[in-house]
Design a protein around this ligand. Structure first.
Ligand code: SF4
Length: 431
Protein backbone atom coordinates (compact mmCIF):
# COMPACT_ATOMS: atom_id res chain seq x y z
CA UNK A 1 0.00 0.00 0.00
CA UNK A 2 1.38 3.42 -0.91
CA UNK A 3 2.06 5.71 2.01
CA UNK A 4 -0.16 8.79 2.36
CA UNK A 5 1.13 11.96 0.73
CA UNK A 6 1.76 14.53 3.44
CA UNK A 7 3.41 17.89 3.18
CA UNK A 8 4.57 20.61 5.54
CA UNK A 9 2.22 23.46 6.41
CA UNK A 10 0.78 25.70 3.71
CA UNK A 11 3.09 28.58 2.84
CA UNK A 12 2.10 31.81 4.55
CA UNK A 13 1.07 34.29 1.88
CA UNK A 14 3.67 36.94 1.04
CA UNK A 15 4.18 39.43 -1.75
CA UNK A 16 6.11 38.27 -4.77
CA UNK A 17 9.36 39.90 -5.81
CA UNK A 18 11.83 39.02 -8.53
CA UNK A 19 15.56 38.64 -8.09
CA UNK A 20 16.62 38.50 -11.72
CA UNK A 21 14.89 35.46 -13.18
CA UNK A 22 14.06 33.98 -9.74
CA UNK A 23 10.72 34.75 -8.13
CA UNK A 24 10.73 34.97 -4.34
CA UNK A 25 7.54 34.87 -2.25
CA UNK A 26 3.94 34.90 -3.38
CA UNK A 27 3.78 31.12 -3.74
CA UNK A 28 7.03 30.78 -5.74
CA UNK A 29 9.13 27.71 -4.90
CA UNK A 30 11.35 28.33 -1.87
CA UNK A 31 14.76 29.25 -3.28
CA UNK A 32 18.28 28.42 -2.11
CA UNK A 33 20.95 31.06 -1.66
CA UNK A 34 24.61 30.97 -0.88
CA UNK A 35 27.51 33.40 -0.81
CA UNK A 36 30.90 33.34 -2.47
CA UNK A 37 34.04 33.31 -0.35
CA UNK A 38 36.39 34.58 -3.06
CA UNK A 39 37.46 38.20 -3.49
CA UNK A 40 34.80 39.63 -5.79
CA UNK A 41 37.58 41.41 -7.69
CA UNK A 42 38.85 37.95 -8.71
CA UNK A 43 36.37 37.56 -11.55
CA UNK A 44 37.39 34.11 -12.81
CA UNK A 45 37.73 32.61 -9.32
CA UNK A 46 34.37 34.04 -8.25
CA UNK A 47 32.62 32.84 -11.41
CA UNK A 48 34.06 29.39 -10.90
CA UNK A 49 32.60 29.32 -7.41
CA UNK A 50 29.25 30.69 -8.63
CA UNK A 51 29.05 27.87 -11.18
CA UNK A 52 29.87 25.31 -8.49
CA UNK A 53 27.18 26.79 -6.22
CA UNK A 54 24.60 26.76 -9.01
CA UNK A 55 25.51 23.13 -9.74
CA UNK A 56 25.00 22.24 -6.08
CA UNK A 57 21.53 23.79 -5.99
CA UNK A 58 21.89 27.55 -5.39
CA UNK A 59 19.24 29.62 -7.17
CA UNK A 60 20.72 32.98 -6.15
CA UNK A 61 24.30 33.83 -5.16
CA UNK A 62 25.51 36.77 -3.10
CA UNK A 63 28.92 38.40 -3.46
CA UNK A 64 30.42 40.99 -1.21
CA UNK A 65 30.75 44.50 -2.63
CA UNK A 66 33.09 46.09 -0.13
CA UNK A 67 35.43 48.10 -2.36
CA UNK A 68 35.66 49.60 -5.79
CA UNK A 69 37.52 46.59 -7.21
CA UNK A 70 34.67 44.36 -6.02
CA UNK A 71 32.08 46.55 -7.77
CA UNK A 72 34.15 46.44 -10.94
CA UNK A 73 34.39 42.66 -10.57
CA UNK A 74 30.60 42.50 -10.32
CA UNK A 75 30.28 44.37 -13.61
CA UNK A 76 32.16 41.50 -15.26
CA UNK A 77 30.60 38.68 -13.21
CA UNK A 78 26.90 39.55 -13.55
CA UNK A 79 26.63 39.08 -17.34
CA UNK A 80 28.39 35.70 -17.17
CA UNK A 81 26.67 34.29 -14.10
CA UNK A 82 24.24 31.37 -14.49
CA UNK A 83 22.18 32.64 -11.52
CA UNK A 84 21.11 36.07 -10.26
CA UNK A 85 23.73 37.95 -8.25
CA UNK A 86 23.02 39.91 -5.08
CA UNK A 87 25.57 42.42 -3.79
CA UNK A 88 26.22 42.42 -0.05
CA UNK A 89 26.52 45.97 1.27
CA UNK A 90 27.46 46.97 4.76
CA UNK A 91 28.84 50.44 5.47
CA UNK A 92 29.33 52.28 2.22
CA UNK A 93 26.49 53.88 0.31
CA UNK A 94 28.76 54.37 -2.70
CA UNK A 95 29.28 50.60 -2.87
CA UNK A 96 25.52 50.10 -3.06
CA UNK A 97 25.28 52.59 -5.90
CA UNK A 98 28.29 51.07 -7.68
CA UNK A 99 26.75 47.59 -7.39
CA UNK A 100 23.57 48.90 -8.99
CA UNK A 101 25.70 50.36 -11.78
CA UNK A 102 27.32 46.93 -12.15
CA UNK A 103 23.87 45.51 -12.93
CA UNK A 104 23.34 43.28 -9.89
CA UNK A 105 19.93 41.63 -9.53
CA UNK A 106 19.55 42.50 -5.87
CA UNK A 107 21.12 44.30 -2.93
CA UNK A 108 21.42 43.29 0.69
CA UNK A 109 21.57 46.22 3.09
CA UNK A 110 22.36 45.81 6.77
CA UNK A 111 20.36 48.49 8.66
CA UNK A 112 22.74 48.17 11.59
CA UNK A 113 25.66 49.24 9.40
CA UNK A 114 24.25 51.62 6.78
CA UNK A 115 22.47 54.00 9.13
CA UNK A 116 22.04 57.47 7.60
CA UNK A 117 18.40 57.92 6.50
CA UNK A 118 19.36 60.06 3.50
CA UNK A 119 21.76 57.39 2.24
CA UNK A 120 19.23 54.60 2.76
CA UNK A 121 16.60 56.56 0.83
CA UNK A 122 19.06 57.37 -1.95
CA UNK A 123 19.86 53.68 -2.47
CA UNK A 124 16.17 52.71 -2.32
CA UNK A 125 15.26 55.36 -4.91
CA UNK A 126 18.03 54.15 -7.25
CA UNK A 127 16.95 50.53 -6.79
CA UNK A 128 13.33 51.54 -7.43
CA UNK A 129 14.25 53.23 -10.72
CA UNK A 130 16.15 50.16 -11.87
CA UNK A 131 13.61 47.59 -10.66
CA UNK A 132 16.15 45.94 -8.34
CA UNK A 133 14.95 44.43 -5.05
CA UNK A 134 16.64 44.99 -1.70
CA UNK A 135 16.91 42.60 1.20
CA UNK A 136 16.72 44.30 4.57
CA UNK A 137 19.25 42.07 6.26
CA UNK A 138 18.91 42.57 10.00
CA UNK A 139 21.47 40.71 12.06
CA UNK A 140 21.34 40.29 15.84
CA UNK A 141 25.12 40.69 16.02
CA UNK A 142 25.12 44.08 14.29
CA UNK A 143 21.85 45.55 15.51
CA UNK A 144 21.69 49.36 15.61
CA UNK A 145 23.02 50.39 19.07
CA UNK A 146 19.96 52.58 19.74
CA UNK A 147 17.66 49.60 19.26
CA UNK A 148 19.89 47.42 21.37
CA UNK A 149 19.54 49.92 24.18
CA UNK A 150 15.81 50.54 23.70
CA UNK A 151 14.91 46.84 23.79
CA UNK A 152 17.54 45.82 26.32
CA UNK A 153 19.35 43.56 23.85
CA UNK A 154 18.90 41.83 20.52
CA UNK A 155 15.36 40.61 21.20
CA UNK A 156 12.94 39.38 18.50
CA UNK A 157 11.07 42.68 18.87
CA UNK A 158 14.28 44.68 18.38
CA UNK A 159 15.19 42.77 15.21
CA UNK A 160 11.71 43.24 13.74
CA UNK A 161 11.70 46.92 14.72
CA UNK A 162 14.98 47.40 12.86
CA UNK A 163 13.36 46.01 9.69
CA UNK A 164 10.24 48.13 10.25
CA UNK A 165 12.31 51.33 10.54
CA UNK A 166 14.17 50.54 7.31
CA UNK A 167 10.84 49.86 5.58
CA UNK A 168 9.59 53.28 6.72
CA UNK A 169 12.53 54.93 4.92
CA UNK A 170 11.78 52.85 1.81
CA UNK A 171 8.13 53.91 2.01
CA UNK A 172 9.17 57.55 1.89
CA UNK A 173 10.60 57.01 -1.59
CA UNK A 174 7.81 54.63 -2.60
CA UNK A 175 10.04 51.57 -2.78
CA UNK A 176 8.46 48.22 -1.93
CA UNK A 177 10.54 45.65 -3.79
CA UNK A 178 11.75 44.13 -0.56
CA UNK A 179 12.55 40.93 1.27
CA UNK A 180 13.50 40.73 4.90
CA UNK A 181 15.79 38.67 7.10
CA UNK A 182 16.10 38.81 10.89
CA UNK A 183 19.01 36.48 11.49
CA UNK A 184 20.66 35.46 14.74
CA UNK A 185 23.19 32.80 15.62
CA UNK A 186 21.01 31.75 18.55
CA UNK A 187 18.46 29.36 17.04
CA UNK A 188 15.65 30.05 19.52
CA UNK A 189 16.02 33.82 19.03
CA UNK A 190 16.09 33.42 15.27
CA UNK A 191 12.92 31.33 15.28
CA UNK A 192 11.07 33.79 17.52
CA UNK A 193 12.23 36.77 15.43
CA UNK A 194 11.05 35.23 12.16
CA UNK A 195 7.70 34.22 13.66
CA UNK A 196 7.18 37.82 14.72
CA UNK A 197 8.39 39.12 11.34
CA UNK A 198 5.93 36.81 9.60
CA UNK A 199 3.05 38.20 11.71
CA UNK A 200 4.23 41.78 11.16
CA UNK A 201 5.09 41.95 7.43
CA UNK A 202 3.79 40.46 4.22
CA UNK A 203 7.16 40.83 2.50
CA UNK A 204 8.97 37.61 1.59
CA UNK A 205 11.32 36.33 4.28
CA UNK A 206 14.89 35.14 3.74
CA UNK A 207 15.68 32.56 6.44
CA UNK A 208 19.04 31.86 8.00
CA UNK A 209 20.88 31.11 11.22
CA UNK A 210 23.85 33.43 11.00
CA UNK A 211 27.37 32.24 11.80
CA UNK A 212 26.12 28.70 12.37
CA UNK A 213 29.72 27.42 12.34
CA UNK A 214 31.39 24.41 10.74
CA UNK A 215 29.52 21.14 10.03
CA UNK A 216 28.19 19.02 11.56
CA UNK A 217 27.22 21.40 14.39
CA UNK A 218 26.56 24.24 11.97
CA UNK A 219 24.37 22.07 9.80
CA UNK A 220 22.34 20.99 12.82
CA UNK A 221 21.86 24.56 14.06
CA UNK A 222 20.93 25.94 10.65
CA UNK A 223 18.56 23.06 9.96
CA UNK A 224 16.93 23.40 13.38
CA UNK A 225 16.11 27.04 12.71
CA UNK A 226 15.28 26.96 9.02
CA UNK A 227 13.34 23.68 9.01
CA UNK A 228 11.25 24.65 12.04
CA UNK A 229 10.09 27.81 10.29
CA UNK A 230 9.56 26.18 6.90
CA UNK A 231 7.45 23.51 8.58
CA UNK A 232 5.24 26.33 9.90
CA UNK A 233 4.89 27.75 6.40
CA UNK A 234 7.28 30.63 7.11
CA UNK A 235 10.10 31.49 4.70
CA UNK A 236 10.45 32.14 0.99
CA UNK A 237 14.19 31.77 0.43
CA UNK A 238 16.92 30.22 2.61
CA UNK A 239 20.63 30.32 3.23
CA UNK A 240 22.82 28.02 5.31
CA UNK A 241 25.68 30.11 6.77
CA UNK A 242 28.35 27.49 7.33
CA UNK A 243 32.03 27.79 8.06
CA UNK A 244 32.77 25.51 5.14
CA UNK A 245 33.05 25.43 1.37
CA UNK A 246 29.91 27.33 0.29
CA UNK A 247 29.06 24.41 -1.99
CA UNK A 248 28.14 22.63 1.26
CA UNK A 249 25.69 25.45 2.01
CA UNK A 250 24.00 25.20 -1.36
CA UNK A 251 23.82 21.42 -1.16
CA UNK A 252 22.38 21.48 2.36
CA UNK A 253 19.78 24.09 1.39
CA UNK A 254 18.67 22.11 -1.60
CA UNK A 255 18.56 18.85 0.35
CA UNK A 256 16.49 20.41 3.10
CA UNK A 257 13.90 21.72 0.66
CA UNK A 258 13.74 18.36 -1.09
CA UNK A 259 13.41 16.55 2.24
CA UNK A 260 10.48 18.79 3.20
CA UNK A 261 8.87 18.27 -0.19
CA UNK A 262 9.22 21.98 -0.99
CA UNK A 263 11.31 21.42 -4.10
CA UNK A 264 11.35 18.67 -6.65
CA UNK A 265 14.17 16.19 -6.29
CA UNK A 266 17.13 17.20 -8.38
CA UNK A 267 19.75 15.08 -6.72
CA UNK A 268 20.17 11.73 -5.05
CA UNK A 269 18.28 10.78 -1.88
CA UNK A 270 20.09 7.80 -0.46
CA UNK A 271 18.27 5.96 2.29
CA UNK A 272 19.85 3.10 4.19
CA UNK A 273 18.70 0.91 7.03
CA UNK A 274 20.42 1.40 10.40
CA UNK A 275 21.63 -2.23 10.22
CA UNK A 276 21.01 -4.79 12.95
CA UNK A 277 21.76 -8.36 13.90
CA UNK A 278 20.11 -9.52 10.71
CA UNK A 279 22.37 -7.56 8.34
CA UNK A 280 24.15 -9.67 5.73
CA UNK A 281 26.57 -6.93 4.63
CA UNK A 282 28.49 -3.97 6.02
CA UNK A 283 25.65 -1.50 5.37
CA UNK A 284 27.72 1.62 6.14
CA UNK A 285 30.44 0.65 3.67
CA UNK A 286 28.06 -0.30 0.88
CA UNK A 287 25.90 2.80 1.45
CA UNK A 288 28.96 5.07 1.27
CA UNK A 289 30.22 3.42 -1.91
CA UNK A 290 26.78 3.67 -3.50
CA UNK A 291 26.37 7.29 -2.45
CA UNK A 292 29.71 8.29 -3.97
CA UNK A 293 29.03 6.52 -7.27
CA UNK A 294 25.44 7.75 -7.60
CA UNK A 295 26.30 11.33 -6.66
CA UNK A 296 29.09 11.42 -9.22
CA UNK A 297 26.52 10.52 -11.85
CA UNK A 298 23.97 13.01 -10.48
CA UNK A 299 21.23 10.36 -10.21
CA UNK A 300 17.96 12.11 -9.21
CA UNK A 301 16.36 9.09 -7.51
CA UNK A 302 15.62 7.81 -4.04
CA UNK A 303 17.86 4.78 -3.67
CA UNK A 304 17.87 2.37 -0.71
CA UNK A 305 20.68 0.22 0.65
CA UNK A 306 19.25 -2.40 3.01
CA UNK A 307 21.12 -4.88 5.17
CA UNK A 308 18.92 -7.91 4.53
CA UNK A 309 16.37 -9.24 2.11
CA UNK A 310 14.14 -10.41 4.98
CA UNK A 311 12.78 -6.92 5.61
CA UNK A 312 14.74 -4.58 3.34
CA UNK A 313 12.60 -4.47 0.17
CA UNK A 314 9.43 -4.13 2.23
CA UNK A 315 10.77 -1.41 4.48
CA UNK A 316 12.11 0.56 1.53
CA UNK A 317 9.23 -0.08 -0.84
CA UNK A 318 8.76 3.66 -1.44
CA UNK A 319 12.31 4.01 -2.81
CA UNK A 320 12.63 4.16 -6.58
CA UNK A 321 15.39 1.60 -6.45
CA UNK A 322 17.21 -0.40 -3.82
CA UNK A 323 19.46 -3.30 -3.02
CA UNK A 324 19.11 -5.76 -0.14
CA UNK A 325 21.59 -8.43 0.88
CA UNK A 326 20.89 -12.09 1.36
CA UNK A 327 23.06 -15.19 1.40
CA UNK A 328 26.04 -13.64 -0.41
CA UNK A 329 24.00 -12.04 -3.11
CA UNK A 330 22.26 -8.78 -3.70
CA UNK A 331 18.56 -8.43 -4.42
CA UNK A 332 17.87 -5.47 -6.61
CA UNK A 333 14.39 -4.03 -6.19
CA UNK A 334 12.36 -1.29 -7.87
CA UNK A 335 9.50 0.19 -5.83
CA UNK A 336 9.71 -2.83 -3.52
CA UNK A 337 9.56 -5.48 -6.30
CA UNK A 338 12.64 -7.70 -6.64
CA UNK A 339 13.79 -7.41 -10.24
CA UNK A 340 17.20 -9.09 -10.27
CA UNK A 341 19.67 -11.05 -8.16
CA UNK A 342 23.38 -10.23 -8.44
CA UNK A 343 26.57 -11.54 -6.79
CA UNK A 344 27.37 -9.74 -3.52
CA UNK A 345 30.61 -8.21 -4.83
CA UNK A 346 28.70 -6.61 -7.72
CA UNK A 347 25.94 -4.99 -5.65
CA UNK A 348 27.07 -1.38 -6.01
CA UNK A 349 27.91 -1.78 -9.69
CA UNK A 350 24.49 -3.32 -10.39
CA UNK A 351 22.73 -0.64 -8.38
CA UNK A 352 24.44 2.17 -10.30
CA UNK A 353 23.82 0.55 -13.67
CA UNK A 354 20.11 0.04 -12.87
CA UNK A 355 19.84 3.64 -11.63
CA UNK A 356 21.21 4.91 -14.94
CA UNK A 357 18.74 2.74 -16.84
CA UNK A 358 15.82 4.00 -14.75
CA UNK A 359 16.84 7.58 -15.46
CA UNK A 360 17.09 6.82 -19.19
CA UNK A 361 14.07 4.52 -19.61
CA UNK A 362 11.74 5.21 -16.67
CA UNK A 363 10.57 3.06 -13.76
CA UNK A 364 7.70 1.31 -15.55
CA UNK A 365 9.93 0.22 -18.45
CA UNK A 366 12.50 -1.23 -16.04
CA UNK A 367 9.83 -2.99 -13.98
CA UNK A 368 8.53 -4.61 -17.17
CA UNK A 369 11.99 -6.14 -17.73
CA UNK A 370 12.15 -7.73 -14.26
CA UNK A 371 13.65 -11.23 -14.04
CA UNK A 372 10.62 -13.32 -13.11
CA UNK A 373 12.74 -15.77 -11.09
CA UNK A 374 14.14 -13.01 -8.86
CA UNK A 375 11.17 -12.91 -6.48
CA UNK A 376 11.41 -16.68 -6.03
CA UNK A 377 15.14 -16.50 -5.26
CA UNK A 378 14.50 -13.71 -2.76
CA UNK A 379 11.80 -15.82 -1.08
CA UNK A 380 14.28 -18.68 -0.74
CA UNK A 381 16.92 -16.40 0.76
CA UNK A 382 14.38 -14.95 3.19
CA UNK A 383 13.38 -18.45 4.29
CA UNK A 384 17.00 -19.52 4.78
CA UNK A 385 17.90 -16.37 6.69
CA UNK A 386 14.87 -16.74 8.91
CA UNK A 387 15.68 -20.32 9.73
CA UNK A 388 19.32 -19.36 10.45
CA UNK A 389 18.54 -16.37 12.67
CA UNK A 390 14.89 -16.83 13.50
CA UNK A 391 12.30 -14.10 13.72
CA UNK A 392 14.19 -12.42 16.50
CA UNK A 393 17.61 -11.69 14.96
CA UNK A 394 18.37 -9.06 17.56
CA UNK A 395 17.64 -11.31 20.54
CA UNK A 396 14.96 -8.87 21.63
CA UNK A 397 13.00 -11.67 23.33
CA UNK A 398 15.79 -12.26 25.80
CA UNK A 399 16.05 -8.56 26.60
CA UNK A 400 12.28 -8.22 27.00
CA UNK A 401 12.32 -11.17 29.36
CA UNK A 402 15.08 -9.59 31.46
CA UNK A 403 13.20 -6.29 31.63
CA UNK A 404 10.00 -8.01 32.74
CA UNK A 405 11.86 -9.95 35.39
CA UNK A 406 13.41 -6.79 36.76
CA UNK A 407 10.22 -4.76 36.76
CA UNK A 408 7.48 -7.24 37.56
CA UNK A 409 9.48 -9.83 39.43
CA UNK A 410 9.52 -12.37 36.62
CA UNK A 411 6.72 -12.43 34.06
CA UNK A 412 6.76 -15.20 31.46
CA UNK A 413 8.79 -14.79 28.26
CA UNK A 414 6.85 -13.45 25.28
CA UNK A 415 5.78 -15.78 22.52
CA UNK A 416 8.64 -15.64 20.00
CA UNK A 417 6.25 -15.47 17.04
CA UNK A 418 4.85 -12.22 18.42
CA UNK A 419 8.23 -10.82 19.38
CA UNK A 420 8.59 -7.10 19.30
CA UNK A 421 11.54 -5.39 17.61
CA UNK A 422 12.64 -1.99 18.89
CA UNK A 423 13.46 -0.78 15.36
CA UNK A 424 10.23 -2.19 13.92
CA UNK A 425 12.21 -4.82 12.05
CA UNK A 426 10.56 -8.06 12.95
CA UNK A 427 9.84 -10.96 10.62
CA UNK A 428 8.42 -10.72 7.11
CA UNK A 429 4.83 -11.12 8.25
CA UNK A 430 5.23 -7.77 9.99
CA UNK A 431 7.18 -5.99 7.22
S1 SF4 B 1 16.06 -6.06 9.53
FE1 SF4 B 1 16.01 -3.92 8.81
S2 SF4 B 1 17.70 -2.92 9.93
FE2 SF4 B 1 18.06 -5.12 10.09
S3 SF4 B 1 19.43 -5.56 8.37
FE3 SF4 B 1 17.34 -6.00 7.67
S4 SF4 B 1 16.73 -4.12 6.68
FE4 SF4 B 1 18.51 -3.59 7.94
Amino acid sequence: MASAVVSVAERRPTRKIRVGKVEVGGGAPVSVQSMTTTKTADVEGTLQQIYALAGAGADIVRCTCNEQEAAEGLARIVPRSPVPIVADIHFHVEMALAALDAGVHGLRLNPGNLRKPEEIKLVAAEARDRGVPIRIGVNAGSLHPALYERFGGATPEALVESARMELAYFDEVDFHDVKISVKASNVALMIAAYRLASETFDYPLHLGVTEAGPPPGGLVKATAGIATLLAEGIGDTIRYSLTADPVEEARAGRQLLEALGLRERKGLDLVACPSCGRAEIDVIKVANEAQRALEERKIPLQVAVMGCVVNGPGEAREADLGIAAGRHRGHLFIKGKIVRVVPEDQMVEALVSEAEKIVAEGIEARLALADESAEKQAAEDRRDLLSAKGLDANNSDEVVLRIRKHIAGGAPAPDSAAATDPEGEAGPEQS
